[in-house]
Design a protein around this ligand. Structure first.
Ligand code: FRU
Length: 435
């Protein structure tokens, strides 16, 4: 059972997939390589939860079993239709078999199909009779790349189903729109590209939030300073009109998280109809569980999204707040220091902590060697003492705070998430602590 952060049970996980509240339970699927803590032939792992805080890992839900997905079951989403769970994903074939390592293509090639698995109950997944290929590999590269088109997100507006796909065209990130009456037969309607969407637009998401429309984009080749990670998750405010397929976007892009580890978001509604976000937190090297199992990859806390001051705020889901209620402690744990704050409170849950801090200029915080400073409105985090050596980002800052001087910091031995002013900005980092 994972508490607070969903982590790889062993070996490798990356993107969250098919997150959905279905038949009274939260389901989370995830990109999973079950054999080693490195990326390889993708499966959909599966975990369930009553509260998005306690996660129980289940058996693998979707695995390669058909010609069109024989080398991997890539990312996608979930839709509830006629009381059944529709799981959309990208089926992968490798064009250049690598006989020394069958889990990657010899030339990093891909052949992509868009696929569907229907599960009656969210508990059984028939990898033989339950799958179908909805969109075979493209034969027209101008219209749709047969290589870099993936990560279907299917949603319903009025009586129509829409699928958006991430893609690439002439080296620019592209979003493709398709439409269907039955959630199975899709026809391509429009495509839009821009270098503002990176080199490949991965894991597209598009939704309304209050009076705004927003697109989430996992953009490859986005930061060009040579450090890990160049691929970054951004959002943009957009205008999509289904009636005539006009799609325009505002020039400005925003990072979802200023720690630069977050990638490949997945959103859907919670039991009360509020939109919730999860994302993958990338880890440079594996960690070891107590029983010696090596693992790599974990997810953010569930985050609620709202609009304020013309941008998106992200704050931990109320279920997360709830489990820390009544857990306040008087003394700071050994290893945590807070200097120069107005005041603070500390909450403890197993080995996890929540620190709520009212800042003053020049407040300094040290969490088992992870340093946070606050100077002239800027929150900066430095993980150089708690992270492996390499070509990585060690120091990250939030934009200048405008909406107060409050931090809520969630500390887990694998990840620290810093939320400023109820989500004005978030900075989350993978760390290597030993609590
Ligand atoms: C994003 C991504 C997706 C793809 C999956 C493969 O991290 O590259 O575009 O479906 O991971 O594991």
């Amino acid at each position: 059972m994972d508490v607070l952060h969903l982590k790889s049970p062993k070996n490798w996980i990356n993107d969250p997939n098919g997150f959905v509240y279905f038949n009274g339970q939260y389901h989370m699927f995830y990109q999973y390589f079950p054999y080693e803590p490195v990326w390889g032939t993708m499966h959909w792992g599966h975990a369930v939860s009553d509260d998005m805080v306690h996660w129980e890992h289940k058996d693998i839900a979707i695995y390669p079993s058909k010609g069109y997905d024989r080398n991997g079951v890539f990312s996608g989403n979930a839709l509830i239709k006629d009381g059944k769970l529709y799981l959309y994903y990208t089926g992968i074939q490798y064009p250049n078999p690598n006989l020394e390592n069958i889990h990657v293509d010899a030339n990093y090639g891909l052949i992509a199909s868009q696929c569907l698995m229907i599960s009656e109950d969210g508990e059984t997944f028939d990898n033989y009779a339950g799958k179908q290929c909805l969109i075979t590999p493209s034969k027209d590269e101008e219209k749709m790349s047969s290589v870099d088109t993936r990560d279907p997100k299917v949603f319903k507006i009025d009586d129509k189903f829409f699928m958006i796909l991430g893609s690439s065209h002439n080296g620019k990130g592209r979003i493709i729109f398709l439409e269907s009456d039955d959630a199975i037969h899709f026809s391509q309607k429009a495509e839009f590209e821009s270098d503002e969407f990176g080199g490949v637009f991965e894991c597209p998401d598009l939704f309304n939030i209050e009076d705004k429309q927003v697109v989430f984009c996992a953009a490859t080749d986005y930061l060009k300073d040579g450090l890990e990670y160049s691929a970054q998750e951004i959002y943009k405010f957009v205008k999509f009109v289904p009636a005539d397929y006009s799609f325009t976007w505002e020039k400005e892009s925003f990072f979802l998280d200023y720690g630069m580890d977050l990638y490949a978001t997945q959103t859907n509604f919670d039991a009360e109809g509020e939109r919730v976000l999860f994302a993958w937190m990338r880890m440079p090297v594996p960690k070891m569980r107590i029983d010696g199992r090596r693992w790599n990859g974990l997810f953010t806390l569930p985050r609620q999204i709202y609009v304020k001051n013309n941008h998106l705020y992200f704050k931990p889901h109320k279920y997360v707040e709830k489990i820390f209620e009544g857990s306040s402690i008087i003394q700071l744990p050994n290893g945590i220091e807070i200097c120069g704050a107005k005041y603070y409170s500390v909450y403890a849950l197993h080995n996890n902590y929540k620190l709520s801090i009212e800042l003053k200029n020049h407040t300094q915080i040290s969490i088992f060697g992870y340093k946070i400073t606050y100077d002239d409105g800027i929150v900066t985090a430095d993980r150089s003492k708690v992270y492996p050596k390499g070509n990585y980002r060690y120091t990250n800052s939030m934009p200048k705070l405008c909406d107060g001087e409050h931090l809520d910091i969630y500390v887990d031995e694998d990840v620290i998430e810093i939320y400023a002013n109820d989500g004005e900005y978030v900075l989350s980092n993978v760390v290597y602590l030993d609590l």
